[in-house]
Design a protein around this ligand. Structure first.
Ligand SMILES: [Zn+2]
Length: 318
């Protein structure tokens, strides 16, 4: 397995970090997301799914509250992330579930109707506003509705360098990964955004686009996102936060690209968190609150001014 996924469960030499609930000033819970009729979205809007890989809920909430991620926070309902539970504790498990329609689950009693669901009898989270597809995954489901599907990979499970790193990218009609997109690159997100801009620019005007971006910047190593930090000092909760600030500085370009043609429905979330010494744990792929608690949001990004109302646009050819 690549360097992108690792767990060291004990023996950290770094100072213990207080548990999430003990972090001073950490808000307890975010607001629920607005209900969305996905059957009015699919076929009309472009769709963007961004997984901020490994982003911790507590760090995301603190930075939003402190005004440190203004470009993300301005799109979050009420400026707040929603608290959710990850469907997996590491990238592969979580993304397999996400692509099967199981986005992170609201961290409160359900039922919670899903945005996407594969058709199967007995699903209790499929509602009238759920986009139901006959494929096993949402990527194929959107392709069947005429979407071009594109993946911009980040962590090792998207690097296409071995069969396991190709499983997830191969769901898409088009996929990209370069070392500059990966966890060891200090400019990873800028390189990913440039790739995304190219994908959008190549689309015919009438073609709907489903773009998925797996952002690698938060994932360890991330120490280089903190000014003055050194590799000897290593990754910490603070450098994790600095990595989110780095992403925020550039995410406006991604949103601008995705709204150059029409309105975009965006889902931005983490796939799992990660530990920096809590209870002796460093990393993820463990059942710990800092791993299973993740930030989530979905929202609409308006299209260009003067765009005709989406509902009146002619249907596109698949
Ligand atoms: Zn991950």
């Amino acid at each position: 397995m690549s360097r992108s996924e690792h767990t060291v469960s004990a023996g950290s030499e770094r100072a213990p970090v207080p548990p999430v609930a003990a972090v001073a000033g950490a808000p307890v819970a975010g607001a629920p997301s607005e209900p969305v009729d996905m059957n009015a979205v699919v076929g009309r809007d472009d769709i963007l799914l961004v997984t901020l890989d490994t982003l911790r809920y507590d760090v995301a909430v603190e930075l939003a509250a402190a005004g440190r991620i203004p470009n993300l926070a301005r799109h979050l309902p009420g400026g707040m992330w929603e608290e959710r539970h990850a469907p997996g504790s590491f990238t592969y498990a979580s993304h397999q579930a996400i692509f099967a329609g199981f986005l992170p689950t609201p961290a409160r009693p359900g039922p919670h109707p899903r945005l996407f669901a594969a058709r199967f009898a007995g699903s209790e989270s499929t509602a009238s506003r759920t986009f139901v597809h006959d494929t096993a995954d949402i990527v194929g489901g959107l392709a069947a509705r005429g979407y071009h599907t594109a993946c911009v990979g980040g962590v090792g499970f998207f690097n296409k360098q071995a069969p396991l790193g190709s499983v997830l990218p191969d769901l898409f009609a088009e996929s990209h990964w370069e070392p500059s997109f990966g966890v060891a690159s200090p400019e990873s997100f800028e390189a990913q955004v440039a790739c995304a801009e190219g994908i959008v620019a190549r689309q015919p005007a009438g073609r709907r686009l489903f773009l998925f971006v797996n952002v690698a910047a938060l994932h360890q190593p991330n120490w280089f996102h903190s000014p003055g930090a050194t590799s000897d000092a290593g990754d910490t909760r603070a450098t994790h936060a600095a990595a989110l600030e780095y992403v925020d500085r550039h995410i406006g370009r991604l949103f601008a690209a995705m709204t150059a043609r029409r309105r975009c429905f965006a889902i931005v979330c983490s796939d799992h968190g990660t530990a920096y010494g809590e209870d002796g744990h460093v990393g993820h792929r463990i059942g710990h609150p800092v791993v299973w608690t993740v930030p989530y949001s979905h929202f609409f990004l308006p299209g260009p001014a003067g765009t005709p109302p989406a509902a009146t646009e002619p249907p596109e050819a698949p």
